[in-house]
Ligand binder design. Sequence first.
Ligand SMILES: *Cc1c(COP(=O)(O)O)cnc(C)c1O
Ligand code: SF4
Length: 447
Amino acid sequence: MSKGNNLKLTLKDDQHRHFRDDDFWRIIPAWKDVTREEFSDHMWQMKHSIKKVEQVKTVLAELCKDQFYQDMLEGQKITPMNIRITPYIFALMDWNDPVNCPMRKQFLPIGSQFLPDHPYYEADSLHEDVDSPVPTITHRYHDKVLFLPTTICPVYCSYCTRSRLIGGSTETVEKETYGVNQARMDVAFDYIRAHPAIEDVVISGGDAFMMTAKQITFIGENLLNIPHIRRLRFATKGIAIYPQKILSDHEWFNALNGVHKKAREMGKSVVIHTHFSSPKEITIFSKLAMDRLFAEGIIVRNQAVLQEGVNDNINDMVLLIKQISYMNIQPYYVYMHDMVPGCEHFRTTIAEGEALEKAVRGTTAGFNTPTFVCDAPGGGGKRHVASYEYYDRENGISVWTAPNVKPGEVFFYFDPIRKLSAEAQARWSVKETREAMIAEAKKKAGF
Ligand SMILES: *Cc1c(COP(=O)(O)O)cnc(C)c1O
Ligand code: SF4
């Protein structure tokens, strides 16, 4: 991110009140005759989802340049994520310039984008498996757990932090893909029941949009019936990438709403955590889906991931925040990108994260201002982006602690090496020098 330029706010006052409402999908040759009614149907969206590179070529016809096609084939040899893209999201990509399109970047990997992984990347960078007492549960924080009942999603994100688990196997990663499974859930519920400190369950994965109506009801009611459980969050990227489900899958919507209403009667809460990262993901369909959820009183919060070339500039970030706020979604977090495989091209520096948070703060209501966080590699948990113990900007090394999560432990986040000075890059290229730099940073932090 070139400083200055990317931090100059030039949005028009009412830009965030405009929701794209044209028949944008008709630009795709295969869908040029698809009506708004068909496009609004969740079944149509699922049926026409793109799952293979060859399909991209078929639906795009002459819009698919040969060089781009080759680039996608190369991408398949490297990516840890499967392709799965709803027509809705596919049609929002810029097919005149797919290589630079922020939507393409997020969901459709190409070979030319990939960079070597950072020397300290890990498939499970956040140590979710280390902090997992029983399968599908990560219990890192005292009063809340992460519950992963499924590993499938309606769209697969190239930046997924759980690429080790999510979706099917790829040429580079073997995965044990699973859907909602009774035996696994019983073990998870038993664990939660046996730990009265837990009040809060994040039901993630994977994506709640891939659970059936019955599964939503079953999971929701079982958890709500545990006396010490007060708060449930269903995590789904669906509102951003597949809003048609909220609008036309009435059985599913009623199941979710039923769990929400039951929770209200019990004095508990059931909310949705969703996942818009770019204002280009927002259209009139998102607005209509949110209108339906809001009318029922269902609270929706947003977690975005900071990604280079997607949202690492003030205009896109503020437009995203204001536009989701306008739809009654609360911007909750913006995450620094985790140090996971196949994602080096997405990562930004802690300094860039801090600069963006500083520029964003004050542009809208405080309660609609997201917290910029770094989820400390090694399981320190989410920390405010400016709360490091020490930051060696020159060498891109930040040192973190988590006093009430992992007392006494020290964690490190490393800026992407390509963003450092030539001298610092040279230091990183030698194992001994980089280990010495890290030891020095730790010492400077007082440990
Ligand atoms: C993110 C996360 C949670 C929820 O954290 P909040 O800060 O409350 O959103 C819970 N458990 C794990 C393991 C997490 O990574
Ligand atoms: S929706 Fe979430 S879990 Fe699914 S691929 Fe995207 S980031 Fe990963």
